[in-house]
Design a binder for this molecule. Structure first.
Ligand code: SF4
Length: 390
């Protein structure tokens, strides 16, 4: 350790110095010893020595795809409270699952989660190996490996972006992602093939996750605390922080749409449910135009409005999806009676109805401009023409 004053560097109680590693190869035993001392306590993680619940492991892995640990934490607990077992999830109507998933994004995940729960309930339990898990809807190679290793102790190495980063640095792989994915996965499997990792596959997988999340971080990796620092080619060559390299991304295309906030005399708002398949499939939304590559003119946009009304511009939102960015204009209108072509929700309950993120943003724009729930002045201004305050 070279006489370093770790408490002085890190502050009291934050980290203990890592286990020494003189190996020129990243040895699994050093990583596991580090994990035993520094493992994160996460809501879905079993305590040391306790068996993991396959349902909790699978649910957390699906929730964590494209979403941060911090964002998933409270949502995981809430989801589990509402659907405590895979059987309870399987038996729930889709509308309840969609409502509970609202705001987490990537809604195809929720549809697949629900379908997979039904599949598992029918089979009488989760398949216990990678191949069997991969037959469940929405379960790809990463999730299958994670559940097999963590919940069933199978010798599998799940490789996500964190693990790719650690491998790229450990072995100083300069080839850019995504082309380097297969090589990085093969390297991870090679490290995971060591006997100590095969003896504790779930801990080894979670140790890799924790190393990537807390030490080998995307920016400023804390190499001084890393159990693999003695074997890290990226650190030795001074390249660590610049890895992994990434191929330049094509610019996201821009799309445009218009959403209509339509309210009746009783302060109720018209929502509709999107088709089951496709983007935001099965989720609630404000009625609106299709989303396309050029802006909508006023007259043509109003051809997609759910009713004839004195439509007034309320503002707009920008939302970035994986493959495009959306500029969504919001128009507000008032009618004595809502048309029977959707779901009717009291204005004060729209934000808790289970709207996906982009539609919740659009609803907030309309509510801000037209008055909050129960606001007499808002209702009156809406009736008079919803004066714009922005
Ligand atoms: Fe990552 Fe640094 Fe550890 Fe290498 S030594 S694996 S770059 S934290």
């Amino acid at each position: 350790m070279g006489g370093l004053d770790w408490q002085g560097i890190l502050g009291p109680g934050r980290f203990e110095p890592p286990m020494p590693s003189d190996s020129v190869h990243p040895d699994a035993a050093s990583l596991l010893a580090w994990y035993d001392r520094h493992r994160r306590a996460l809501p879905w993680r079993a305590r040391a020595g306790e068996p993991a619940d396959p349902y909790a492991v699978w649910l957390s892995e699906v929730m964590l795809q494209q979403t941060t640990v911090a964002a998933v934490g409270p949502r995981f607990a809430r989801f589990l409270a509402r659907f405590p077992t895979v059987e309870a999830l399987a038996a729930a109507p889709w509308e309840q699952v969609a409502q509970e998933w609202a705001g987490l994004g990537y809604y195809a995940r929720a549809r697949n989660l629900h379908a997979a729960a039904k599949d598992v309930a029918e089979r009488g339990g989760f398949p216990s190996d990678e191949a069997g898990l991969a037959t469940l809807p929405g379960v790809g190679p990463y999730t299958a490996a994670a559940v097999a290793a963590i919940a069933f102790g199978r010798p599998a190495v799940p490789v996500d972006g964190n693990v790719e980063r650690v491998m790229a640095r450990l072995f100083a792989v300069e080839a850019p992602l995504p082309g380097a994915k297969r090589r990085l996965a093969a390297l991870a499997r090679e490290v995971g093939a060591q006997a100590p990792a095969r003896a504790r596959p779930g801990d080894f997988a979670q140790a890799l996750f924790d190393l990537g999340a807390t030490v080998c971080t995307p920016r400023r990796p804390v190499c001084a605390l890393c159990p693999w620092r003695g074997a890290c080619a990226g650190l030795a060559s001074g390249l660590a922080e610049s890895l992994p390299r990434k191929a330049a991304k094509a610019e996201r295309p821009q799309r445009f749409g218009v959403a209509f906030w339509l309210e009746d005399e009783a302060g109720r708002v018209l929502l509709r449910r999107r088709p089951a398949r496709g983007l935001l499939g099965g989720m609630l939304e404000l009625p609106g135009t299709p989303w396309r590559g050029k802006m909508w003119g006023e007259v043509e946009a109003q051809g997609h409005a759910p009713a004839r009304a004195a439509w007034l511009p309320a503002g707009g939102v920008r939302h970035v999806f994986t493959h495009f960015a959306l500029d969504l204009r919001v128009w507000a209108g008032w009618v004595p009676v809502l048309p029977a072509c959707g779901e009717v929700v009291p204005r004060g309950e729209v934000l808790s109805a289970g709207l996906p993120g982009v539609m919740a943003k659009a609803a907030r724009v309309a509510l801000r401009v037209c008055g909050e729930a129960g606001s007499a002045s808002g209702r009156a201004s809406f009736g008079r023409g919803c004066a714009r305050r922005e």
